[in-house]
Design a protein around this ligand. Structure first.
Ligand SMILES: [Zn+2]
Length: 311
């Protein structure tokens, strides 16, 4: 078994058909992700010698199988980002049997395309509930990366109540409870939490507040020196898609006007910053910060088999 260093980066990506510009799911955006964003990320990762995981929705994989095959052929781990990415199918609002069904179908689609076992999962919009740990275990998964320990979203995202449990979730990777991904236990699933310090350390923050992210990666690096906590950064290939030349209407996914204003309108206005080439430039900057400090970039699967942490 390959011995990994303790300075580890897991820069896993979420692949889906979400258009950030239009604030909705859109096959046309998925097509650009498949044909442009994914190939340019493969080039970047080869150039910088990055190993990582792509969490792909079953829906995306069905629509754009060649892109998933390309990722697999280039040596990247394929994980599941569930079957659908819409709010109604979120893993925080669905029951055990629905979650199991979506986990199983997405796993089957991805395994058929790659010929390899899918063991890693990240929930769409990081939305999970108290059925998700069991649903994952019963469908053959081993790793989850949907918990952002000590992240606080204020009112800016859907699934607010469950996400309050992030505040008390452990920071270092841990074996989860059988019935909760938010706490330690003897369950089957190992949690690899996303990096956060109240604000999440991920692509969206990086694009909206590039200055804050410079402070974040400095703190992430300091924490690694003290506790060896791996750096877990979440990026989406669709952040490389610039659709700002297209006219749009910000979709209302909320039930009332106040919620629409905060969770759809305001959030969408913020999230559209630095899409496309700027996102690629900022993302490359994040990766290089850790390369210069001798971090090794690994996939979720490589992390689990590394024996680096005792679960
Ligand atoms: Zn997603």
């Amino acid at each position: 078994m390959r011995k990994l260093k303790r300075k580890l980066c897991l820069f896993a990506l979420d692949v889906e058909t979400t258009s950030i510009w239009h604030n909705t799911l859109r096959d046309a955006t998925g097509l650009t992700v498949a044909n442009e964003a994914i190939p340019s990320l493969i080039d970047l990762f080869h150039e910088l010698n990055i190993s990582t995981t792509f969490f792909v929705t079953g829906y995306f994989a069905k629509k754009f199988p060649a892109a998933v095959k390309l990722l697999h052929e280039n040596g990247f781990e394929i994980g599941s980002h569930s079957l659908y990415h819409n709010k109604e199918n979120g893993h925080d609002v669905t029951d055990l049997s629905t979650q199991k069904e979506h986990l199983r179908i997405s796993k089957d689609i991805l395994e058929e395309l790659t010929g390899e076992k899918v063991i890693s999962f990240r929930a769409p919009a990081l939305r999970v509930n108290n059925h998700t740990a069991l649903a994952l275990a019963e469908t053959g998964y081993l790793i989850d990366s949907s918990i952002a320990s000590q992240r606080f979203d204020f009112f800016f995202s859907f699934g607010g109540t469950n996400k309050l449990k992030w505040l008390t979730a452990p920071r270092l990777p841990y074996r989860t409870d059988q019935n909760s991904l938010f706490k330690k236990g003897n369950g089957q699933i190992v949690e690899i939490p996303l990096s956060a310090y109240i604000f999440p350390y991920l692509g969206t923050t990086m694009r909206i507040f590039p200055g804050l992210t410079k402070l974040q990666h400095y703190i992430v690096h300091l924490e690694n020196k003290v506790t060896s906590k791996p750096v877990v950064f979440d990026f989406h290939p669709n952040e490389l898609v610039d659709e700002s030349n297209e006219t749009r209407k910000i979709a209302n996914r909320s039930g009332n006007l106040i919620s629409y204003f905060i969770k759809d309108y305001l959030r969408s206005k913020l999230k559209q910053k630095n899409l496309g080439e700027n996102a690629m430039r900022l993302y490359t900057r994040e990766i290089k910060y850790f390369i210069e400090r001798n971090y090794e970039f690994v996939s979720m699967k490589e992390f689990l088999s590394s024996n680096e942490f005792k679960f």
